[in-house]
Design a protein around this ligand. Structure first.
Ligand code: A2P
Length: 354
């Protein structure tokens, strides 16, 4: 793989820090690495690959000489830096929702739709961290027996809301034992000893933006615009890893053993499914690992063609930073660092609408 110069925008954040760890673990072929964050962090030193790198301010100048910019900061930063990256001829791999549903921006989980990186126009988006595990589990089954409906209830960790939400869970938990939890700031309600059935704002249909993202992103990644998807997204007092109870309906009956076999063969999936021995995926075991874990696979007794399963993944890794690095690896493998041209976009938009 050729060596590239990269910028990590939002390097001091929960995803950014994980990103730097994974970069080292996977020996990503980065020649020069530039770290940027907000003004608050300028001058901070972060060890990367045995060197101390100094955090710089974020701005168009951060992209000078950069081949790939990984962006995980705020949506506003994504909008500004995504546009600046296109202008500067760098590829932006973006973790926000700013570009995900744009028809000229591929939304990619490499194991599911890696080929979509080929039609990028300078920006590739990473799905929401609740969507990625869902499509990872659904797509291998969908290839064998088309999925017609997905109903997911998520149990999402606070790290999905960033470093401040992690600190808040710690302080509220400590505070609750010492006379009172501090008031919520990073979350809409107290999260310690609670679950919050709301992630992001509500839309007019009663679904939150997070739930709408899960629906629309799943359809886009799976190239299935008509797929029926409904989600209830819930924040739980867990630090890292998102879980989901997922009901899938298929065109034809699907046996739980058959699904187990298919998922066991799928790249990036680990099946942990021996409930009688106490073996099923849980956030405490999954945090810090790369795969999407699936367990409790069983017949949906309420539907002849339905299955139910429990899906857990580290939201900072496969849900964000790891997926971003895998996208970059896919781009380098397919030798498509530079945009593919208008014809590629037209062809891709057509295929998404098929
Ligand atoms: P900083 O640490 O300087 O605030 P998290 O998701 O964990 O909250 O992290 C968000 C990341 O985005 C951090 O690296 C944060 O930097 C960065 N960030 C937040 N606001 C801005 C901004 N206006 N410009 C650049 N980076 C920002």
């Amino acid at each position: 793989m050729r060596e590239v110069n990269i910028a990590v925008i939002g390097a001091t954040g929960a995803v950014g820090m994980e990103f730097l760890r994974i970069l080292e673990e996977r020996q990503f072929p980065a020649d020069h690495i530039r770290l940027t964050a907000s003004q608050r962090s300028v001058g901070k030193r972060i060890p990367v690959r045995g060197q101390e790198l100094v955090v710089q301010a974020t701005g168009p100048e951060s992209l000078e000489g950069v081949d790939i910019a990984f962006i995980s900061a705020t949506s506003r930063v994504s909008l500004e830096m995504g546009a600046a990256a296109v202008e500067a001829g760098a590829l932006a791999i973006d973790d926000s929702s700013a570009f995900r549903m744009r028809p000229d921006v591929p939304l990619v989980v490499p194991e599911v739709n890696g080929e979509d990186v080929e039609w990028h126009q300078g920006i590739i988006a990473i799905p929401n961290c609740a969507t990625t595990p869902l499509v990872m589990a659904a797509q291998p089954l969908h290839r064998h027996n088309p999925v017609s409906r997905i109903v997911a209830s998520t149990y999402q960790s606070v790290s999905g809301a960033g470093g401040a939400a992690m600190t808040e869970l710690r302080e509220q938990t400590r505070g609750a034992f010492q006379g009172g939890a501090p008031p919520p700031q990073a979350q809409p309600h107290q999260i310690a000893f609670n679950v919050i059935p709301r992630i992001d704002d509500f839309g007019p249909d009663g679904y939150t933006k997070e739930e709408t993202k899960v629906r629309e992103e799943t359809r886009k990644i799976m190239h299935s615009p008509g797929l029926a998807v409904a989600a209830t997204c819930v924040r739980v007092p867990v630090y890292v890893s998102h879980s989901a109870a997922v009901h899938m309906e298929f065109q034809h009956p699907m046996d739980a053993d058959e699904a187990r076999g298919i998922l066991a063969e799928a790249p990036g999936i680990t099946v942990v499914d021996a409930p009688e021995e106490g073996l099923y995926p849980m956030p405490v075991d999954v945090g810090g690992t790369d795969d999407v874990y699936v367990g409790r696979i069983r017949k949906d007794t309420s539907h002849p063609n339905g299955l139910v399963m429990w899906v857990v993944a580290d939201n900072l890794r496969k849900g964000a930073a790891l997926n971003a690095i895998q996208i970059a690896e896919e781009v380098l493998k397919r030798d498509c660092l530079k945009p593919g041209g208008k014809a590629a976009v037209a062809a891709a938009s057509q295929s998404l609408n098929d």
